[in-house]
Each structure stands twice: as C-alpha cells, then as structure tokens.
Design a protein around this ligand. Structure first.
Ligand SMILES: Cc1cc2nc3c(=O)[nH]c(=O)nc-3n(C[C@H](O)[C@H](O)[C@H](O)COP(=O)(O)O)c2cc1C
Length: 258
C-alpha cells in the first residue's frame, strides 16, 4: 500500500479537495442567486418608498408598494408616458448601455458623467383616489469614486422635493458616504428644484445655507470634507432635471399632457 505522504496521494487529495470545494461554492452561488435577486428587487422598492417617505409600521414593502405605487415608463425625448416597454421587466441599467435603447451624450451635456442616457425611464407615481400625490424619479451620476444611483421624490407640483435617497454608491463612508446620513437627507424635503424662469435652481452649496437668503428654498448644505461627492449630487440633479432628463416630462405632467 502506498504511503499516505506519497506524491501521488498528496496530489489526489488536493485535487479532490479542490473539486469538492468548487462544487460547494458553485452550488451555493447558483442556489442563492434567486434569493439575492429577490432581495435586490425588494431593496429597490424599499428605497422608492423611503424617497417618498411612504414606509408604514406593520406593513411590508411589497404590500405598500402594490397598494400605493404605480410604475409608468416615460419616453425622455418626448417627455410623455409610453407603453413601448413593460415597466416591470424593463432593465433600465442595461438599456443605458445598449446603443439601440440609449443616447450618447456630448461632453457638454454629460454633466452627470454617465456617457449614455437611456431613452426610457421607469418613474413611480403615488396617487390617492386618482389624484397625484408624489412623483419618484430614478437619478444617477458620478460622485468622486463611483456612480451614485438614487431616487428623487417630488410633490404633486413637480417642483417641491419630497425626498432624495441613494441606494447604491461607493463613496467613502464618513465623507461622500454621508449622502446616506438621515440628517443630510432631512435637508431636502421642501426645497424647490426650478427657479421662477423654469431653470434648474436646486443647488448643493459649499457650506451652510443662509436661511434668510431668498435662494435658500433652492439650496441644500454641502457635505463637509466631501465637496466632490456633493458636487456630483448637484451635477446629477442638474442633468436629470434638465432638458436631457425629466424636464419635458415634468412640464407635460403639470400641464396634464404627459
Ligand atoms: C481616502 C480619502 C477618501 C475620500 N473620499 C471622499 C469622498 O468620498 N467624497 C469626497 O467628496 N471627498 C472625499 N475625499 C476628500 C477629497 O479628496 C476632497 O478633499 C474633498 O472632497 C474636499 O472637500 P472639502 O472642500 O469639503 O474639504 C477623500 C479623501 C481621502 C484622502
């Protein structure tokens, strides 16, 4: 009988061990994928509700979402609702990379640093007895280290901010990561995105807003030590609220023409 320390046995044991481990890891990855996908989808919905401050004690995210949220697709070029794609199955992130489903942005247009803009966007409407209450818009753009993905919720006037939430980014915790700080998020509700002449006026300033200033309604405090991420947030909002983003749609919506 060959010695247990022989070269041949060592190789056989090593190969078998690698094989068993790789089967276990692959099986775990495959078996857990559906759960991961479901959790991601749930987290996406949770953040939509968080942006519009719609969470309720004792009710699940799915329950609130199906009771209150209407998903609609907007054609960003026409600014009108479209049935061209199904809001439930449409993969907006993938569409942004697909040349057939997105538009290339020039350097001047691309202030959010996203390179391409998807032609369709899924927006979320909150209605109460047929009356529009809130509009939730997906937004994204580059901060300092990463693309920030989030939701901007607006009141029914399509001008007053109801909330801003980022659900994915890789900014530094304690610096750019402070976009997630509830205290900073609390500064957003009530701010107005457009100025009197319809220009995008919402601005993340460096420092603290002077509450006596007549621009205070359009301004939000910057993030101390994270001016670059804050600038990214400012830029992405300017992009998505501008002509290449939701501006046409928001105008149409308020005029009842979306
Ligand atoms: C390791 C490291 C991580 C940083 N992460 C961020 C960040 O996530 N967001 C950001 O704006 N600035 C970050 N900064 C700081 C920037 O380099 C820059 O100093 C800062 O944005 C300037 O903001 P201030 O003018 O408010 O100080 C980081 C710096 C270091 C050294």
């Amino acid at each position: 009988m060959a010695n247990n320390d022989s070269f041949k046995k060592t190789i056989i044991v090593t190969v078998l061990l690698c094989l068993v481990c790789s089967i276990v890891v692959s099986a775990a990855a495959v078996l857990l994928r559906p759960a991961q996908t479901a959790n991601k989808a749930l987290d996406f919905k949770r953040n939509i509700l968080a942006a519009a401050d719609l969470q309720e004690e004792g009710k699940s995210v799915e329950e609130i979402f199906s009771e209150k949220v209407i998903s609609r697709v907007v054609d960003l070029d026409t600014g009108k609702f479209t049935e061209a794609v199904d809001p439930v199955t449409f993969d907006q992130r993938r569409a942004a990379k697909d040349t057939a489903l997105s538009t290339s942005l020039s350097d001047g247009e691309d202030i959010a640093k996203i390179s391409r803009r998807e032609n369709y966007s899924v927006v979320y409407l909150i209605e109460d007895q047929g009356e529009l209450q809130k509009i939730i818009l997906p937004v994204k753009g580059y901060g300092l280290w990463s693309t920030l993905y989030g939701f901007l919720a607006l009141e029914a006037d399509a001008n007053t901010v109801a909330g801003l939430v980022f659900y994915e980014h890789a900014e530094t915790p304690g610096l750019g990561g402070e976009v997630d700080n509830p205290n900073w998020r609390a500064l957003w509700p009530g701010k107005e995105i457009y100025g009197p002449n319809g220009n995008v006026a919402i601005t993340v300033i460096k420092g603290t807003v002077d509450t006596n200033s007549n621009q205070a309604v359009n301004q939000v405090d910057g993030l101390s030590g994270a001016t670059l991420t804050a600038r990214g947030v400012n830029n992405l909002l300017h992009f998505w609220l501008g002509d290449k983003g939701y501006k046409n749609f928001l105008t149409n919506l308020t005029n009842g023409e979306a």
